[in-house]
Design a protein around this ligand. Structure first.
Ligand code: ATP
Length: 572
């Protein structure tokens, strides 16, 4: 049985390692040591997660609830906790200090290090919890709902804090608020599994793509090695990550990459992955949230029109007006999020699903097959006269001029542009590669997550008037600040945003706010500039909020790698 104190040691060690290779070595050794039933849990928790990726589930705990539990466990007032937060600006460090007997003398992380093994130091004592106990409690907290859930969550957290040493509680807090971020993301966990159980990275990667669960992959690797990994496959009812597209600056540039291309409209809607298992239909968003209950009309369209007994289909759901033209993006999100009056809303905002890919049909996985073959099969299993759903038109051509005409037609119909795909490419879940290229008219915007803000003054008093934005370093699983936005915000939007962010404020210092990274802003700008002052190393000139991307999670925002590429492209 592995103690949570051992996991804490692992976190401390990894946080102090700059390079991903060494991190891989350290985590691989840890995986070799833990018991079989601790493998999956270790993989989720080291990434700061509780649930595997395919569930689309997050712990979803508000900072205030955690502070209430901490205040009880430490026996100090909420005001004192808030003061500590202002001082440290960090929930983990606040937890550590609050739980240390003498918050003044034992205040720093390094002082813990120096006194690590002295038993008389209350801050350095070991806790009683195993890694499994911490995981199970956190899962219970995430799953608690209904009447009494809030106080149950506080009690469970209080228990975790009381039973663990302050340094362990520091990491429990960070996991509870989904802010562990010790520098390990999916890529490093994948490589660690390969190293720990001596299986090829490519096999681990394949198994992860189809199962969408690194915990399962670790367990299978240990038990059955490469052979067992190769037998993993897509499962109906378990969503996989969506294949994504790279930006191309021009249609000609795309054709230079691909001799022959498959061209189709880039619809202006929201992604939908459809799982059909007999009569059971499940619908997932690009965040892998299950939205089946909100979309009975889509369920009916799939039931009526998809002839395969079981299938996994990929497409874009578009909210349409009475003429079949696309309605604004926010309308489709209103449909996805709807919990009440679902029938009325489905009449007010009808949806048409444009199918463009097939991952699985009648017991056979299609993802390794070429796009053209997948499309052929897709057309065979969807009735041509279907209502509310159709297979979109795909044109295979070597001629950029043909693609340019399709592009103009898509724009004229109110859609976003074109997708230019490699006709012989497989479906690669979660990959954003050159096999799918997208062309839109404007210079691309960036999707960034809000990590902070500032209370406004004057007309904007009591409202969050500007927002601190960050991009994502997907290797290290950390967010890098890239600047602020305060324009493009109407009064109504400011009110709505201030309300939306109320539960996500982690710390306040004067007018400055630290915000839990959860809400994604799509930001337009004029230029990317080098900026050594920002942790990302870049800044945006004239940033402006275009829309809130409620269909994206914080992990799906644009990466520092993409920004670097855009900056280079801009220079050229
Ligand atoms: P964007 O903001 O441009 O939609 P994104 O980051 O949300 O970008 P990308 O993968 O970069 O996602 O762009 C592809 C998205 O375009 C898909 O996720 C899907 O929702 C949408 N889309 C619309 N039409 C198609 C199509 N024919 N094929 C693939 N994706 C399509």
């Amino acid at each position: 049985m592995t103690q949570f104190s051992e996991f804490t040691d692992l976190c401390i060690k990894i946080e102090n390692i700059p390079g991903s290779l060494e991190m891989t070595d350290v985590f691989a050794s840890f995986l070799k040591e833990v018991d079989d039933d601790e493998l999956a849990v270790s993989c989720y928790m080291v990434m700061g997660e509780i649930f595997p990726a395919w569930t689309g589930k997050k712990l979803g705990l508000g900072p205030n609830l955690l502070y209430a539990a901490l205040s009880k466990a430490a026996g100090i007032s909420l005001d004192k906790i808030k003061a500590l937060l202002r001082e440290t600006g960090d929930v983990g460090e606040t937890t550590y200090r609050a739980l240390c007997e003498d918050t003044k003398s034992q205040s720093t992380f390094s002082s813990f290090f120096e006194a690590e093994d002295t038993d008389e130091n209350a801050c350095g004592a070991k806790g009683k919890l195993s890694i499994r106990e911490v995981y199970d409690r956190l899962k219970e907290i995430a799953d608690a709902s209904g009447k009494g859930a809030q106080s149950q969550k506080i009690k469970s957290l209080q228990y975790l804090f009381s039973e663990s040493a302050p340094i362990e509680a520091k990491y429990i807090s960070r996991i509870a608020l989904e802010e562990l971020r010790i520098g390990i993301g999916e890529g490093i966990v994948r490589d660690s599994i390969a190293k720990a159980f001596d299986v090829p990275v490519a096999q681990v990667e394949f198994a992860f793509m189809v199962t969408n669960d690194l915990g399962d992959v670790a367990t299978v690797s240990k038990k059955g090695g490469a052979e067992a990994l190769s037998h993993q496959h897509i499962q109906v009812d378990r969503p996989v990550k969506m294949m994504l597209a790279q930006v191309t600056n021009s249609i000609e540039a795309a054709f230079a990459e691909l001799d022959e291309a498959a061209v189709e409209w880039k619809f202006d809607g929201a992604r939908l992955q459809i799982h059909k298992n007999g009569d059971d239909i499940q619908l997932f968003t690009r965040r892998l949230e299950n939205v089946t209950n909100s979309l009975p009309d889509v369920v009916k369209a799939v039931t009526d029109s998809v002839t395969a007994e079981n299938a996994v289909l990929d497409g874009e759901a578009v909210a349409i007006d009475e003429n079949g033209n696309p309605r604004p993006f926010q309308d489709i999100l209103r449909r996805f999020r709807r919990k009440y009056d679902v029938e009325t809303t489905s009449r007010d905002i009808p949806i048409h699903v444009n199918l463009f890919d097939l991952l699985y049909a009648d017991g056979v996985s299609c993802i390794e097959k070429p796009l053209t073959e997948r499309r052929q099969k897709l057309s065979e299993i969807v009735k041509p006269d279907a209502i509310g759903i159709s297979v979109d038109t795909l044109t295979i051509t070597k001629d950029p001029e043909v693609a340019a005409q399709i592009y103009q037609a898509a724009l004229a119909a109110g859609h976003e542009g074109v997708m230019i795909k490699n006709p012989s490419s497989p479906y690669s879940p979660g990959k954003r590669g050159k096999n799918w290229l997208k062309k839109k008219p404007v210079m691309d915007t960036l999707d960034l997550v809000v990590i902070g803000g500032e209370w406004g003054s004057g007309k904007r008093k009591n409202k969050i008037g500007s927002y601190v934005l960050a991009c994502y370093d997907n290797i290290k699983n950390v967010y890098l600040e890239i600047g602020r936005v305060g324009t493009g915000l109407s009064d109504e939007l400011l009110d709505a945003l201030t309300e939306q962010f109320a539960d996500l404020i982690e710390a306040e210092n004067g007018v400055t706010l630290k915000i839990k990274p959860e809400v994604v802003f799509e930001i337009a700008f004029e230029e990317i500039q080098k900026s050594p002052n920002n942790p990302a190393g870049y800044a945006l000139r004239f940033p402006r909020l275009v829309r809130v991307r409620d269909d994206k999670t914080a992990e799906e925002i644009d990466t520092i790698e993409k920004i670097e590429r855009m900056y280079q492209g801009q220079k050229e």
